[in-house]
Design a protein around this ligand. Sequence first.
Ligand code: CMP
Length: 140
Amino acid sequence: MTTQRTLSILKPDVTRRNLTGKINSLIEDTGLKIVAQKRLKLSLSQAQAFYSVHKKRSFFNDLINFMISGPIIVQVLEGENAVATYRDKMGATDPKKAAPYTIRAQFAESIEANSVHGSDSLKNASVEIRFFFSEIEINA
Ligand code: CMP
């Protein structure tokens, strides 16, 4: 039993289709609590910095252009094994391979416009949360 925090992003395909509430409801159904949330639009340099781990990948430029194409919702989720719990609920990166109960199976448009991002480890969760939030903005 470990309480953790993880970073979640609802991507531009979510804000464009006005799906924030529906996805938040699925997140809350897992038992995780949304302890911080804000809507913002990434600049080119912010998106490149956030996804710098992927900068050598063939899809990097397309990913960055998509992530700056509209507003995103950034969130801190807190609860039991939050990193793994949220990644399970998100589903596979490619929505065609995602299990039916997952957010991506239900809402993602493509491997790129795949609706949500979640930190892939506790260490990265800490780095990614600090990228967007100060401690005063996170309230359990
Ligand atoms: P995310 O969890 O935000 O992390 C990197 C993102 O790159 C990923 O979700 C996908 O939206 C995007 N992406 C686009 N094409 C690919 C691909 N071929 N393989 C993996 N990720 C991809």
